[in-house]
Design a protein around this ligand. Sequence first.
Ligand SMILES: Nc1ncnc2c1ncn2[C@@H]1O[C@H](COP(=O)(O)OP(=O)(O)OP(=O)(O)O)[C@@H](O)[C@H]1O
Ligand SMILES: [Mg+2]
Length: 452
Amino acid sequence: MGERFILQTNGAVDHALRERGTLEGWQEHVGRYAAGNSRLVLALSTALAAPLLYPTGEESGGFHFRGPSSTGKSTALVVAGSVWGGGGIRGYVRTWRATSNGLEGVAAMHCDCLLCLDEMGQVDGRDAGQIAYMLANGVGKARAGRSGEARPAAEWRLLFLSSGELSLADKIAEDGRGRKVAAGQQVRIVDIPADAGAGLGLFENLHGFPSADAFARHLKMASSEHYGHPSRAFLRTLVDAFDDIAPVVKGYVDEFLAENCPADADGQVSRVAARFALVAAGGEMATAAAVLPWEAGEATRAAARCFRDWLAVRGGVEPAEESEAIAAVRRFIELHGNSRFEAMGDLAAHDGYGDALAQRVVNRAGFRRRARAGEIEYLVLPEAWRTEVCAGLDAAAVAGVLARRGYLVTGGDGKPQVKTRLPNFASPVRCYIISANILGDAEPAAPERDFG
Ligand SMILES: Nc1ncnc2c1ncn2[C@@H]1O[C@H](COP(=O)(O)OP(=O)(O)OP(=O)(O)O)[C@@H](O)[C@H]1O
Ligand SMILES: [Mg+2]
């Protein structure tokens, strides 16, 4: 060491990597209070894990705290941001809106650091999706420079924290045009319910403060008096033993995965687990380096808890595309099961002589009947299946998922479509037969959450 490096840039860099107060002050008034609060510990661990991306070669990504107003989401971002900096007019935390125009510059400026993006609600769903995608991809758009020459695209590597009332998926779907979050986006931006379930919003342990409100206000205030020091202290320990970083992180990550990632987890789930593992490693290493004033194991417990909460909302360990396929079919039947499926057999209304009464089904999607086992079946006509039930999805893949799960009645030949006699059709018609069990087995859908 001893060499000085000077960064030369074309313009003034508007960064917030400032310091105030002391490391001890930060530990005493900010860091200490995170203990026992899984979301705060995760946020701080994320802040300290950011510089681990480079030596470990891990990909960029982040966490999004989702939940109702005044639960402590922005507070968590401010607390995490205080690891790196603060001060100025707006502190360390950026907003989604302020970032949507200059994302590439902002992201590049936070390379190997933490980026905090508050208030996803301020941008529209389409922008949120694009920002999220680009952020996690680590590379901006290539552009032509002023004289037409190709300017290299900005690149970055970072971890980020975000907050909003909606999940990224709901945000993207918000404009009602059927846009969906890609599974690839979901593994990069991990959606965590802000509510920790202890009746205290994002918090679980108030450390003697009279209310969650007072606790949140203290954290915000203290984070504006002490900031910037923890990252410096941690970086000093990292550069002193740079070659050891990758193997040490790997040790923590392997242990975390062995204990927390279900053996049968799909690739997407294990990728997200690996992100939590990296963050846990950052927290544990910063604890071992006496930067975070916690007991060993705190960061790992918090990451494990948040991973479980993520998994619970996701609805299991199968790939997101599968839950999505099932959810799409279930939604269609829930919405239109009665109105757009013509009743057959004993489900149809009959007159006093046992003859079926004529039904008026507008815009018919198919038929419904009672199966031999007694439960209801929905028979979907191929065109409606493709263009409506599976709109925006791969219709053949959806049929495959349903068949594997036992929600689709397949023919003797194993084909997903079954030739069936239907009222008013001269000859048997191929259709998809969906068991009404898909409505009852709620397992693949997100559990209802009451944020009160
Ligand atoms: N868990 C909580 N319980 C009760 N009050 C809280 C809680 N967290 C924060 N508050 C109060 O709400 C104020 C705003 O906190 P914060 O900015 O963290 O909320 P938020 O979740 O980001 O809300 P919003 O979605 O409106 O941005 C705090 O100053 C505090 O007074
Ligand atoms: Mg907020």
